[in-house]
Each structure stands twice: as structure tokens, then as C-alpha cells.
Ligand binder design. Structure first.
Ligand code: FAD
Ligand code: NAD
Length: 477
């Protein structure tokens, strides 16, 4: 349905971001109740769990993107979408400042959007802890562009390594693929990369066979800290078999264009500084606050002590405000920053907003009825209206009875390479940890069923078959 101008009788609900949190809110939101405006620099939703597979071409990136327009065109009332970055939220003025950061800019590329209600779902940035050289020389793995850059760099390193007359030390450096951060992002990427080498690269480019190495560097004593001990051991054992080197208790301190400098702690507790040459460096050390979130926090006194993001209450209201909510990685609600949490928070907000609209509707009707009651000519009429009022009040109480947000953990799942996955799954009967090939099939079908649209499901399935039958594409785009 078309709805060109905002309806003055409705509140304006502005939603920032098109990630897990915001999109799951949009999916369930009854858009007829508000003037809904979505602002995000990305006009698509990205299915992040399969992003590591895009770095090697197991999956093509477009298969895990879903245009935001696809979600919006199915809504009952039109939703406005602006492809822009929110650069600042003015809390007092109830305005969001937005900037078109895309390549093509019109005469107007910066403006402001007023809001009555605001949902912040802008996710997080890549943490670098201010370590020098990371931004200049490392590659991240968060967005589609990142995966494309990694894919290109892998091929570039391989082709450059076998350039005529290349020095043996330089060959080794170029073919050393270093991943920093042993969280699930680093582990999944390392697994995918080693698969790529085992399944395809060494067949297509046999000259790199002897020198291609993947190393995973982690500051803590073990990788995958959120998984159970048994699965950590299973992952470390699998990596050893796959010949992925794990360097734990190794903290990267500095990055140059050709090597990283890391401090490692030996078994005797002695620390030593070493240089590790690399060709490809993927940096996956977790999340940091986005500037727009940091700035908003600085405007709200109640956020003074929050470090990791917008502190929210059990209804996801940003503490210290009444009309701002936060979901996903930019919100701090005592859950891990995962897609699972963000998606559940988004659908909770949709229910909350649908319910708030219903409440207002009933309250409006109640107001009308009480005037009607006062003006009613006879006692009978008054009694009739009174009965209606009672009914509505009952309905109101029922509608208002919405409990706070409660996260239901479905389990953690990570792909670790060579067709193996690890899973900590909490089903009805408690916890259950598993690893291996069966888990991998479970992993694949779980992701397929989670993939947003049928279209995405088909595309991902076709990519998997293509990669299996023809091998991954090794051309450098
Ligand atoms: P995001 O999904 O990051 O979305 C943020 C949105 O905000 C984006 O649309 C972005 O363009 C937009 N935005 C950014 N800046 C602005 C701005 N200034 N103004 C407006 N919009 C802005 N979690 C799991 O549970 N399971 C997994 O298997 C899993 N695998 C992962 C694999 C990888 C490689 C990565 C990187 C993450 C993975 N995660 C996984 C974590 C999960 O992706 C995040 O927790 C989740 O994306 C958080 O959702 P979000 O909505 O907060 O943010
Ligand atoms: P993370 O925060 O989980 O892990 C980062 C790791 O980097 C930590 O173990 C940390 O000790 C290490 N590190 C930090 N600084 C370092 C340094 N200087 N040198 C060496 N190591 C250093 O980050 P992530 O893996 O990007 O994950 C981010 C979030 O996304 C997490 O909540 C995670 O659960 C979620 N995620 C989930 C999945 C999945 O469920 N399959 C996949 C990817 C991401």
C-alpha cells in the first residue's frame, strides 16, 4: 500500500539498521500503527552465520543477502527506507541526523529525521584495541565487502607466491595465512580456509602445496571460550589433524605490512616477543562500540557507567530514556552479542510495539465511552455504556499484561572445517554437546532452515552443490 506522507495521527517510529535485530523487528511489526522509517547504509539483510563461507567461494555472497525491499513490500502499510548512515542522534531534540555515504550523492546527501520512538539496531564495529597497524594492514570479517576482500587477497597471495624467481622466504611469508582471534569468527574462517586449500587450491596450484599454512592466534589459553571444554578439545584436535596451527597465549601487539609482532607466554611462564610474517591477516578479535552509539550514550547521564553498549532495561528500553529502545550487538542486556539474541530481541520489540498501539487504541475508545456515559440520556443507556467500559477495561488489562524480554538459548553452533562442526545445544532436557560429521550435517540443515527466504535457501543449496561438483572458483576478481 502506498502512503506517501507521514500520517499526523500516528507516531513516527524510526529504526536504525537492517541487521538481525532490526529486520526481525520489521518482520513482525504491524506497520499500520506507526509511520515507520528505516535508516541503514546497507539496503539488504546479511545472513552472517554463512559469511565465513563466502571468503573462499563455498557460497557466493549474494546467496546470503536479502534485499530490505523484499521485507518491506510485504508489509500492510508502506515503510520508508533511506540508504544512509545515522551520524548522530539528538536525544533532547528527538532527531536523527543522516548522511548518504554511498558513491552516488544527490544535491541533498545529509539531512535530519525526527522521531517519536527510536530503535537503535546498528550493531558493532570491529575491535582493534588501538593496536597499531591493524586497520591499515588487517582484513576484518563482518560485512560482504570484507569477505570479498579476503577472497581476493587469498588468491593474490597464492599467485604472487609463485611469481617467477620469488625468494623461498618470501614464498613462505606470502602463503602464511594468519587469523587473529580464536572466537567463533576466527575459528570458522580458519576452518573454511584450510578446506579451500585441501579441497581445491592444492589441486589447482600444486606449486603452493609445501608452503601454504594457516595459523590461528589467540591471547587466551584456549580457543572458543564460550563452548564447553570437551568441544574446545575436539576443535583443537581437529585443527591439528587439518594442520591448522593454533597459537594460544599469544597476544598481538603490533602489525606491519609484512609481519605481526606478538607476545607469547611459554610453558615456563616466560614472555617473549616474536615476529610472525604473513601474507594474509584476518583480524577477528570481537566487537567495539560504533561512534553514533558512543555519542548517544554521552548524552544520557544514566549511561555513564556503561562501557560495552547501550544499557537497556528488561523491556529493552535504553536506561535513562522513555522513547528509545536498543537491540542486538549495540545493546547491553547481559547476553552474548549473537544473531540469536538480536533476532529474539527484535521480535520481542515488535510484539511490544504492536501491543502498545493496541493499548492506545483501547484507551482512546475508553475516553470516548466515558464522555458518552456522561452524556447518556437515560439510566439504561448509561448502564449499557458502563458495561462496554468494563469489557474494554478487561481487554486493556489483558493487552497490557506483557512480560519482560526473556532470552531462550537454542544452543551454540560453529563450523570447524573438514566437514565437522561443534554444537552446544540446550534442548528441553538440558545441555548436550556434540562434535563431528553428523553435527556438520545438522549444522548445514539448521542454517538452511534458518536462512530467511526460500530464495536464499535454494541459492545456498545450489552453491554447496556447485562447490562440491566443480570445486571452488579460484579466479581473482
Ligand atoms: P548487525 O546484524 O551487524 O546489523 C547492524 C545494522 O546496522 C547493519 O545493517 C548496518 O549496516 C547498520 N548500521 C551500521 N552503522 C549504522 C549507522 N550509523 N546508522 C544506521 N545503520 C547502521 N551469531 C550467531 O548467533 N550465530 C552465528 O553463527 C554467527 N555467526 C557469525 C559469523 C560472522 C562472520 C560474524 C561477523 C558474526 C556472526 N554472528 C553469529 C554474530 C551476529 O552476526 C551478530 O551478533 C548480529 O549480526 C547482531 O545483530 P545486530 O542487528 O545487532 O547487528
Ligand atoms: P570474540 O569476542 O568471540 O573472540 C575474540 C577473541 O580474540 C577472544 O578470544 C580474544 O581473547 C581474542 N583476542 C583479542 N585481542 C587479541 C590479540 N591482541 N591477540 C590475540 N587474540 C586476541 O569475537 P568473534 O569471534 O568475532 O565473535 C563476536 C560475536 O559473534 C560473539 O558473540 C560470537 O559468539 C558471535 N559469533 C558467533 C558465531 C557462531 O555462533 N557460530 C560465529 C561468529 C561470531
Amino acid at each position: 500500500a502506498d502512503q506517501p506522507d507521514p500520517d499526523p495521527s500516528k507516531k513516527t517510529l524510526v529504526i536504525l539498521g537492517t541487521g538481525w535485530g532490526s529486520v526481525s523487528l520489521l518482520k513482525k511489526l504491524d506497520t499500520e500503527n506507526y509511520n515507520v522509517v528505516v535508516i541503514s547504509p546497507r539496503n539488504y539483510f546479511l545472513f552472517t552465520p554463512l559469511l565465513p563461507s563466502c571468503t573462499t567461494g563455498t557460497i557466493e555472497h549474494r546467496s546470503i543477502m536479502e534485499p530490505i525491499r523484499n521485507f518491506l513490500r510485504h508489509k500492510k502499510a508502506a515503510v520508508k527506507y533511506y540508504e544512509a548512515e545515522a551520524t548522530k542522534v539528538d536525544y533532547e531534540k528527538k532527531v536523527v541526523y543522516i548522511n548518504d555515504e554511498s558513491e552516488i550523492k544527490g544535491d541533498v546527501s545529509a539531512t535530519e529525521v525526527p522521531f517519536d520512538m527510536l530503535v537503535v539496531g546498528v550493531g558493532a564495529e570491529n575491535a582493534t584495541f588501538g593496536i597499531p597497524g591493524v586497520r591499515e594492514h588487517g582484513l576484518f570479517l563482518k560485512e560482504v565487502g570484507d569477505a570479498q576482500r579476503i577472497r581476493k587477497r587469498i588468491m593474490d597471495c597464492c599467485e604472487t607466491a609463485i611469481f617467477k624467481d620469488q625468494d623461498p622466504e618470501e614464498v613462505k611469508r606470502l602463503l602464511h595465512m594468519v587469523v587473529v582471534g580464536g572466537g567463533p569468527t576466527g575459528v570458522e574462517f580458519a576452518g573454511e580456509l584450510q578446506d579451500f586449500f585441501n579441497d581445491d587450491l592444492k589441486k589447482w596450484i600444486p606449486d603452493i602445496k609445501e608452503n601454504f599454512n594457516v595459523t590461528l592466534v589467540e591471547a587466551l589459553p584456549n580457543v572458543l571460550p564460550m563452548f564447553s571444554k570437551q568441544l574446545i578439545e575436539y576443535t583443537e584436535k581437529t585443527f591439528k589433524e587439518e594442520t591448522i596451527k593454533i597459537r594460544t597465549k599469544t597476544m598481538v601487539k603490533r602489525v606491519t605490512d609484512k609481519f605481526i609482532e606478538a607476545e607469547s607466554t611459554g610453558p615456563d611462564g616466560k614472555k617473549q616477543l616474536e615476529r610472525i610474517p604473513y601474507g594474509l591477516l584476518v583480524w577477528a578479535t570481537g566487537n567495539a562500540l560504533r561512534p553514533v552509539v558512543k555519542d548517544l550514550m554521552s548524552q544520557i547521564p544514566a549511561q555513564k557507567d556503561s562501557r560495552r553498549g547501550l544499557a537497556v532495561n528488561e523491556y529493552l528500553v535504553v536506561k535513562g530514556t522513555e522513547n528509545i529502545w536498543a537491540v542486538g550487538d549495540c545493546a547491553v542486556a547481559n547476553y552474548a552479542p549473537t544473531a540469536q539474541v538480536a533476532a529474539q530481541e527484535g521480535s520481542f520489540l515488535a510484539r511490544l510495539f504492536n501491543q502498545m498501539a493496541k493499548t492506545e487504541q483501547i484507551e482512546e475508545e475508553l475516553k470516548k465511552l466515558s464522555t458518552a456515559q456522561e452524556k447518556a440520556p437515560s439510566k439504561d443507556d448509561r448502564d449499557r455504556v458502563f458495561a462496554n467500559i468494563k469489557d474494554l477495561q478487561k481487554r486493556l488489562r489483558r493487552v497490557k499484561q506483557m512480560g519482560p524480554f526473556e532470552y531462550s538459548h537454542q544452543g551454540s553452533l560453529a563450523y570447524i572445517g573438514s566437514e565437522k562442526a561443534v554444537a552446544d545445544i540446550s534442548w528441553l532436557t538440558g545441555n548436550f554437546a556434540t562434535g563431528g560429521t553428523l553435527t556438520y550435517f545438522f549444522w548445514r540443515s539448521a542454517y538452511l532452515s534458518m536462512c530467511f527466504s526460500t530464495r536464499n535457501r535454494v541459492l545456498v543449496l545450489v552453491d554447496w552443490v556447485k562447490a562440491k561438483v566443480f570445486g571452488r572458483d579460484v579466479s581473482r576478481e
